[in-house]
Design a protein around this ligand. Structure first.
Ligand SMILES: [Zn+2]
Length: 88
């Protein structure tokens, strides 16, 4: 039995003002990660910017910057997902 909750999940987010036109708002949104990290400089949990730091053979290393003061609040290693071929 499959129950879809997609309609309910839409009500979970903030009521977004959709009056604004232009794609700049959408582009800015992509810069932000969903999670918030603690910034030592701001002394609070802040929205973070994700920035590509290094490209390594095993994956990409990202740096998280505080959206308020641009201090580095963390790094993350994004491992490349290799296509898995299933042999049945
Ligand atoms: Zn900060």
């Amino acid at each position: 039995m499959a129950v879809t909750m997609t309609m309910n999940s839409k009500k979970f987010g903030y009521p977004e003002p959709t009056r604004q036109t232009g794609s700049s708002a959408v582009d800015a949104y992509k810069e932000f990660d969903a999670s918030e990290l603690y910034c030592a400089r701001c002394k609070q949990a802040v929205p973070v910017r994700k920035r590509l730091l290094l490209v390594l053979p095993e994956g990409d290393k990202y740096e998280y910057l505080c959206a308020l003061c641009s201090a580095t609040v963390g790094t993350k290693m994004d491992r490349q997902v290799k296509p898995i071929s299933l042999i049945v």
